[in-house]
Design a protein around this ligand. Structure first.
Ligand code: GTR
Length: 433
């Protein structure tokens, strides 16, 4: 399908500029914010096989087309991930039934990721809040955090992370370690009280427990655990960090299905920005996630790559060479050659509900490209008997639209705001209850 008719009308009003930056290859890197300069592009149809055969039935989708798309996106973009490590096990580190003034039951659980008994392994520390008064199992939102579990709430009982973190004095992180000043430093992104009052639990973990977010030559995090003898880096088709974070979300799900207070049929996976990319990829790979929420996930997440608006494939591969698999570099400035685009990532989640949220000032993440991914995934939802999203136009600001594919663009910047969470919980209320 071409970007012209009928989607050309979907204009975002705003200042239109092109920014020229440089990357390490010394070629000027053009960042386009001008809708008129979005290249003409053709999206592959999620309901047509690569060899041209049309997909007319749910069985052809599940049996043929879905595996084809999943294989392409795995091999060319996120990279192949291993299975669950053979000797993985869980320890409940603490369990308090009257946390947050009696509102919550708070558990801390360590997931020991190990392949062999003798491995040092990697520990993933999960914080779980559940509504204390719940008489039955509770639905849960699961999402990674950026600054450690202790940063998401002022609850002084949360264990302070001792993991490597990017220095940030505004978040109380010095010499790559969290200090006590870091407690609650990101609490405004996690409305725990509102969640508990609405009957939802929250499971969260620091994403750096799975893979510290810097290009370290693959020596830390979970990647080395799976190297063959003498292997030093993932092969070009093997997982980068985004796929590793997605894999980590599935390992947390492995724990959640064993927790008798959690309704494991009602776990919504959510992520912001790079962690939104990871949440979408987790949702595409792991059907245990009942709902998937992408908050401002942008390039490599919900935004169409072929629009090359805001952050581009070359730019993301240059700034973050560890996020995607080696093969993805082939598409730097050659998005047209991609055999898929991000609408197919959304389609992989079908028929489960997925919510895509944009922020109007977050042009780097291409709000219109995020909306279009949902729109172009809609035919797959319809084939599977669900209404995805109707209406070809982006909605007005701060209005949540859609059915099994939810969408909003709110005012303001790249962030997670209470408005976003309210929309996610309303969406979960509609689809999970
Ligand atoms: C930016 C990156 C985006 C987005 C964001 C974030 O630097 O270019 O793709 O992931 O970081 O995660 O906050």
């Amino acid at each position: 399908m071409l970007r012209d008719c009928p989607f050309q009308k979907l204009g975002l009003i705003g200042l239109i500029v092109s920014v020229v930056a440089m990357d390490s290859s010394a070629q000027p890197l053009v960042i386009n914010y001008d809708e008129a300069k979005v290249p003409g592009y053709r999206l592959s149809d999620p309901l047509v096989m690569s060899d041209g055969r049309p997909v007319h039935s749910a069985s052809a989708w599940y049996g043929l087309r879905r595996p084809e798309i999943l294989d392409q996106m795995t091999a060319q973009m996120y990279g192949e991930a291993p299975g669950r490590p053979e000797k993985m096990h869980f320890s409940v580190v603490s369990d308090q039934t009257d946390a947050l003034g009696g509102l919550a039951r708070r558990k801390e659980v360590t997931i020991h990721l190990k392949r062999h008994e003798t491995d040092q392994g990697v520990d993933l520390n999960v914080l779980l809040y559940l509504p204390a008064k719940a008489k039955e199992v509770s639905p849960v939102f699961l999402g990674f955090n950026f600054f450690g579990n202790h940063s998401i709430s002022h609850d002084p009982e949360i264990t302070l992370s001792d993991a490597w973190m990017r220095n940030d004095s505004t978040k109380g992180i010095r010499e790559h370690r969290a200090t006590s000043a870091s407690r609650g430093s990101n609490a405004d992104r996690w409305p725990v009280q509102m969640m508990l009052e609405r009957g939802y639990g929250l499971a969260t973990a620091y994403y750096g427990d799975i893979d510290p977010d810097f290009d370290d030559g693959w020596q830390n995090g979970v990647h080395p655990m799976f190297f063959r003898e003498s292997q030093r880096a993932p092969e070009p088709h093997q997982w980068g960090s985004v796929a590793a974070w997605a894999w980590g979300l599935s390992r947390i799900m492995d724990y959640l299905v064993t927790d008798v207070q959690v309704d494991h049929d009602r776990v919504a996976v959510m992520g912001h920005s790079r962690l939104g990319k990871a949440a979408l990829w987790a949702g595409a790979n792991d059907a245990r996630f009942a709902i998937v929420v992408s908050n401002n996930s942008g390039c490599g997440g919900a935004a169409l790559s072929k629009r090359a608006y805001g952050e581009t494939v070359r730019r993301i591969n240059t700034s973050f060479p560890h996020w995607f698999c080696g093969h993805f570099g082939t598409y730097n400035e050659r998005e047209a050659l991609l055999p898929f685009d991000q609408h197919q990532l959304i389609a992989l989640i079908a028929p489960r509900p997925v919510y895509i949220a944009s922020a109007v000032e977050d042009r780097w993440a291409d709000p219109k490209g995020e909306f279009l991914s949902g729109l172009h995934a809609d035919p797959v939802y319809r084939l599977l008997g669900k209404r995805g999203i109707s209406g070809l136009e982006m909605p007005e600001l701060n209005r949540s639209v859609g059915n099994a594919i939810g969408y909003h663009v709110r005012d303001g910047r790249h962030n997670v705001l209470p408005f976003d969470w309210k929309c996610y919980m309303d969406f979960a209320d509609r689809h999970l209850r």
